[in-house]
Structures are given as structure tokens and as C-alpha cells.
Design a protein around this ligand. Structure first.
Ligand SMILES: [Fe+2]
Length: 402
């Protein structure tokens, strides 16, 4: 029995011991190590320290984990997702959730949430009011609503949006984001009669990728799923499969990450070593992961062009089909992924809809820092002030039972 089998068995044994006999895992995709479906775990209930530790170990092992049927008994509230997120790291509020983030950054005025009727959840509730209403606690600044509902409704003209580019969430800060998670309230169920997919193959947005990019790389970048799946690539396996010499070279490689071209930025290793498992992965090995918004990274010691060519080679490697997994979302799923062990992409989607079966309504929370098996987290005010912007700490009442 090899070490990996032993670990998977141990994790399954641990699940049954801590969550009951019905708890078990199944692969998210045959033939793909990354990704596990975790059955029999009720995330509406608080986790004991040992349960939380086991879930962190599961994510360390599988990089993506999905918990089906959450809230099927008593409904789901987003405080349960935020409580779960606190075990994995400190939740990061989304700047778009505030009414005045720019003024806050420029002039230091106190942050304010938008009035209730302008919050994303309220706008979602207007689209199909008899059919779709957001679950509770969507107004938390830590919750980012990923949806096509605002502006949609039975009388609207359908619109399509292309997929985005491959990236890692908030990889450009000194303490990068470690973990992201979705609660899925609605996933599109309608399928196009002609192709059997939710959307047709939408042409890509121009200007995402450098015009000198290799054709094979571009073909891999643009091969995106058409049923609203989140597309992932496994950067642990991709690293492990490289020749020893290449691994050693990459382990020496430092990347200068920065928000804007004019920022001095900071150097962090391209290869991330998980402190709990020793697993090595490629952390966001992508030259320009945010188009015009975020400055392209630089490899320490290389020119801009050398950097791009160096990272394009790695991107072509990690986007091979054998490292790819497209995650189909289902209503009731909580899906968690490691940003150190994956890169991901948003799929082409219907961005304005006129039929509730096309609704995509998911809530994302992202977090950073060390896991904490006990709650509330022990993050110091100073650490939060230095690493979480806008400043935020989950209020105690969201961590309580119920
Ligand atoms: Fe993302």
C-alpha cells in the first residue's frame, strides 16, 4: 500500500470516527487526484477542533473538496460558511461590498455598507421574486455574491459573458490568499437543445493574453467548460511530474508580486511548500493573471520578456488536460479550494437571464493566514491591520451556533 492510499484511508477513517458512520468521500472526477466529495458532514453545525483539523487535512490532501446537500434540513445561512472559513483562515471582505471603499482608501473616511436596497442580495431578489430569494447573512462584508441575477428578469434580453483568464485569487499580496469557498444556492439547470450545454462556445475576450503567446498554450487556456463549471488545474501534481532538475530550478525561483507596475512589490517563492504536509505546489505560476488590473509578475533576475516566456512554459504544462478538472456546481454544495495548490478560471456564462433555470447564485468567502481549529481565531489586531484590507474580523455572533 503506498503512502497516498494510506493517507486517503486514514482520512476516511477519521471522517467516520468524527462525523459518524455515514461520512465518507468519493472522488470528484475519476482519474484525477485533485478533488473530493465529502458526504455526511453537516456544515450547519459548528465543528469541534478535531473535526476542523480533519477538514483542513482533507483540503491539504485533495486541494478541492465539496460538501453536498448543505442546509437540506433547516436551510443554509451564510454565517455557516463564514464560520467554516474562519477555520481555514481570516476572511477577507470584498471591497465591492462597501459603498465608499475608494473614499476610505483615499481619505480614511469610515467604511459603510450600501443601503439595504442597493446591496447585491437585494438586487438578486428583484429578478425572479416568486422563485429566488437570497439566503440569510448575504450582507456580511466577507460574502461576495457571484451571480447573474442583478438586472435579470423574465422580460430581459439574455446576454452572454466570456470566460476569464487563469488565475489564483489575490496572489499579489505579501500574505496571499490561501483558501476560497462557495456556497451554491442556484446553479444553472437549463441546457441548450442544440449542443446540450448551458451556453454555446462564447468567443474569448480580446486582450487577455499576450499576442506572442504560444498557440498550444492559448488553445489550453481557451478550452473552458460550458455548463457553468469552475475550471481548475492541479499545481501539486503538475509540479511533482516535472524532472528533478526542473523542480530544483523552480524551487530556487523567486517571484516579485505587486499590485501596480509602479509598486516595488515583494519577492515570494514560486514553489509553495505546505507547512503541514510538506507537499510542494506551483503558486500562481502565471505571468499576468489579471489583465490590465494587476501588474504582471517578474521572476527575480529575469527581464520582462524572459519572465513571460518562463511562466508561459509552466502555464502550458499545468493546463494540460491531465491536470484539469471542471467542477459542476449543484445547489446545496459547499465547495472549498486551496489557492496554493490550484489555479482556476471562471467559465463562459449567461450574464443576464430571463429564465430562473439559468440562475447562477453562489456566495464566495476567501481567507488567508493559518488555519485555526478553535474559534474565534487568535489573529492579533496588528496582523489583521497589516494583512486584511478593508479591515475586518468576523463578529462573534456569526460564529455562534444556530
Ligand atoms: Fe477567482
Amino acid at each position: 500500500m503506498n503512502a497516498q492510499t494510506t493517507t486517503s484511508t486514514e482520512l476516511n477513517d477519521g471522517l467516520q470516527e468524527l462525523f459518524g458512520a455515514a461520512a465518507h468521500t468519493t472522488p470528484l472526477a475519476e482519474g484525477q487526484h485533485m478533488g473530493v466529495r465529502v458526504h455526511g458532514v453537516d456544515l450547519t453545525q459548528p465543528l469541534s477542533a478535531s473535526q476542523a483539523e480533519l477538514l483542513v487535512r482533507l483540503l491539504d490532501h485533495y486541494s478541492i473538496m465539496s460538501f453536498p446537500d448543505q442546509g437540506s434540513t433547516n436551510g443554509f445561512r451564510l454565517r455557516y460558511l463564514e464560520r467554516l472559513a474562519n477555520h481555514f483562515g481570516a476572511p477577507i471582505p470584498h471591497p465591492k461590498n462597501y459603498a465608499n471603499y475608494i473614499e476610505y482608501k483615499k481619505h480614511g473616511v469610515p467604511l459603510e455598507l450600501p443601503p439595504h436596497e442597493k446591496q447585491t442580495a437585494s438586487l438578486c431578489n428583484l429578478a425572479f421574486p416568486d422563485d429566488i430569494r437570497c439566503v440569510e447573512d448575504a450582507e456580511s462584508p466577507a460574502v461576495y455574491v457571484v451571480t447573474n441575477l442583478p438586472g435579470s428578469g423574465p422580460d430581459q434580453q439574455e446576454q452572454l459573458a466570456s470566460g476569464l483568464h487563469w488565475h489564483t485569487d489575490i496572489e499579489f499580496e505579501p500574505v496571499p490568499l490561501s483558501t476560497s469557498m462557495f456556497y451554491v444556492q442556484r446553479a444553472p439547470t437549463s441546457r441548450n437543445a442544440q449542443n446540450g450545454t448551458w451556453v454555446d462556445d462564447v468567443p474569448p475576450v480580446e486582450g487577455f493574453y499576450h499576442p506572442d503567446s504560444d498557440a498550444t498554450l492559448n488553445a489550453r487556456r481557451l478550452a473552458l467548460p460550458l455548463n457553468g463549471e469552475t475550471a481548475y488545474a492541479d499545481t501539486i501534481r503538475a509540479f511533482a511530474d516535472l524532472p528533478d532538475e526542473k523542480q530544483k530550478e523552480l524551487e530556487q525561483t523567486m517571484v516579485r508580486r505587486r499590485l501596480r507596475v509602479t509598486d516595488p512589490g515583494w519577492l515570494i517563492p514560486l514553489v509553495y511548500t505546505n507547512p503541514r504536509t510538506g507537499n510542494k505546489s506551483l503558486h500562481s505560476p502565471i505571468w499576468a493573471s489579471r489583465g490590465k488590473n494587476i501588474a504582471p509578475v517578474q521572476i527575480d533576475g529575469l527581464t520582462d520578456q524572459e519572465t513571460r516566456e518562463f511562466l508561459d512554459d509552466i502555464e502550458a504544462h499545468i493546463l494540460q488536460p491531465k491536470y484539469r478538472y471542471d467542477h459542476v456546481h449543484h445547489a446545496g454544495d459547499v465547495t472549498v479550494w486551496s489557492n496554493f495548490a490550484t489555479v482556476h478560471n471562471a467559465p463562459p456564462a449567461k450574464s443576464i437571464i430571463n429564465c430562473a433555470d439559468d440562475a447562477r447564485l453562489m456566495y464566495r468567502i476567501s481567507c488567508k493566514g493559518e488555519p485555526s481549529y478553535q474559534l474565534p481565531r487568535p489573529d492579533s489586531d496588528e496582523w489583521l491591520a497589516n494583512n486584511i484590507l478593508p479591515p475586518y474580523r468576523t463578529p462573534d455572533e456569526l460564529l455562534q451556533t444556530g
